[in-house]
Unconditional design. Sequence first.
Length: 231
Amino acid sequence: MAEKPEEKQRQRAPSQRSLETRKRIFDSAEQVFAERGYEGASIRDIARLAGVQGALVHHHGGGKEELFFAVIARRADELAQLRLDALDVMKARAEPTLREVLACFIVPFFDKVLHAGPGWSAYGRLIAHVSSDERWRHIAETCFDPTAKVFLDEIHKVLPQASGEKIGTHFVFMVSSMLSICTSRWRIEGLSTGHTDADLIETLLAFCQAGFETAVSQAVCGDKGCRMGLG
């Protein structure tokens, strides 16, 4: 008697040991890529940190570039869902303000990166690597742009006078500022004292809000034909 499809599927399902090995490999790859960048990382180093043979890294993650993509994609869905859930909750209560929309994008990221352990901390630095290199444009477009477009639409609803071009530009500035906290906190700590993570987030929100609001003032000024500083 032929095996039923569900029986074949059960037989092919990875074992718990295999799943644990895969997670260990991906966690190690995340750390190595975050610390050394794509060029500086090697499959050998990832295998050593994971405590496995290099062949197992290839088995679970493919080649180096394929593994890089998979490591980034692994947490992208969870982060996207946290952001979208926060936005849904906000919109269910009332029409969100600009600052509230920005908070729905920024705060879930920092909740994870600053407070959810070394894996998420490394992930924040890893996203910064992706965002700074056009070579990884396809990764950004696949993993992050669908959620970004939702927030771009929401920002445009709050700022209808601003052009899509201006909103998109300020959005990139916002993301760059957000990621700089993952990679340059040591500079912030070196130049200022006494701040907390909450202070950093509130300062970033105020900074980004002011930036987006200039898109409106520029649009109004352009409609009136005025010049900066002349009213």
